[in-house]
Design a protein around this ligand. Structure first.
Ligand code: UT7
Length: 329
């Protein structure tokens, strides 16, 4: 191993709403079928937050679990960094509501907007805080209530997304555990391919057919698909070569859970067995910034991640933004 970690993941948690929406349920809402959704995406169900359940509620629950897992008290949290594009309100930051809900009275709290990449970007920020010596306990959260910005009349997007939150408590590294290498990139030239103009814009946005883009998730699926495979592929290679390891050394890959076909293509091209790849997109759909931390927490709790597991996580999303990180648990 070429690198020494400075920060480690000391605790994790995740939370989803109680209610699921199955493909059969969706058949009653738009012209689609379980067969199409399963074949094109691998998704079977997603969780949907009912009215009154907020991003900060899901985030606070995930955060409490991560603190308990790490044995850290809320008042000892130095910072809360929350990746989301579907916060409770435009401002203040959803992280501030989470701070209040968990009683992290001494923390600095703010949101970051990097779409699906929010959690891994946040981990990188936490890594920097630890490296500089400024903070010792950082809560990194990825959380979304995407069901509130989905156009429920658009079958091309509404079948894809779900709600949820995942969290990690980041601390100074111990016993060689932690973040061994990271990679982050963006390409704003492609922002128009995956975006939500929102309600308060001073400009109208149009798609390639010159149709106005409404304030919902707008995605040019095929373009996003191709770039996702390529960019996550580069990110994975980069974090492995920076740390001086090969795919054979990696115990588990956790890719962004957007589409099973993307995941299979990504690892098929690299000749990496799917046995080493964590998949839960069938149960959660695409939860954007929550996707990686939900999968990571599940993997820790079901034994796929153990002490010493070498794990690569990689993500791709709106911006475009993409990232990867190599972590020794
Ligand atoms: O988290 C951020 C990153 N996001 C992603 O990674 C998503 C990337 N993109 C994708 O996963 C895929 O492009 C989709 C799942 C969104 C779409 O799959 P696709 O294989 O690219 O399908 P398509 O958009 O090319 O559509 C194929 C056909 C079209 O019909 P025609 O034009 O061939 O007659 C669509 O109208 O499938 C139709 N279609 C549907 N049919 C039934 C689109 N959505 C549906 C649907 N049910 N829900």
């Amino acid at each position: 191993m070429k690198t020494n970690p400075v920060a480690m993941i000391a605790g994790t948690g995740h939370s989803v709403p109680e209610k699921t929406l199955t493909n059969a349920d969706l058949e009653k809402i738009v012209e689609t079928s379980d067969e199409w959704i399963t074949a094109r995406t691998g998704i079977k169900q997603r969780y949907i937050a009912p009215e009154g359940v907020l991003n900060s509620d899901l985030s606070a629950e995930a955060a409490k679990q991560a603190l308990e897992d790490a044995g850290v008290l809320p008042e000892d949290v130095d910072a809360i960094v929350l990746g989301t594009v579907t916060g409770d309100v435009n401002f203040p930051a959803t992280a501030c509501y989470v701070q209040e809900k968990i009683g992290a009275v001494n923390a600095a709290a703010y949101d970051i907007s990097a779409a699906c990449s929010g959690f891994i970007y946040g981990l990188n920020i936490a890594n920097g805080y630890i490296a500089s010596g400024q903070f010792k306990n950082i809560l990194v959260i990825g959380a979304e209530t995407l069901s509130r910005i989905v156009n429920w009349e658009d079958r091309a997007t509404c079948v894809l997304f779900g709600d949820g939150a995942g969290a990690a408590l980041v601390q100074p590294s111990k016993n060689g555990k932690g973040i061994l290498s990271t990679y982050q990139k963006s390409d704003g030239r492609l922002a128009h391919l995956l975006m939500n103009p929102g309600h308060y814009t001073g400009k109208e946005y149009f798609d390639s057919n010159k149709e106005k883009i409404e304030p919902y998730i707008h995605m040019v699926g095929r373009e996003v698909f191709k770039r996702a495979v390529r960019c996550m592929g580069e990110a994975v290679e980069d974090v492995m070569s920076s740390a001086g390891v090969s795919a054979d050394d990696i115990d588990l890959f956790i890719p962004h859970q957007a589409n099973l076909r993307i995941i299979e293509l990504l690892f098929g091209k690299k000749k990496i067995s799917m046995d080493k790849v964590y998949v839960n997109v069938d149960r959660y759909g695409n939860t954007s910034a929550a996707s990686i931390p939900i999968a990571m927490d599940e993997a820790r709790r079901n034994g796929r991640i153990k002490d010493g597991t070498l794990c690569v996580m990689t993500v791709f999303g709106g911006g475009f933004t993409w990232a990867a990180t190599l972590v020794k648990f």
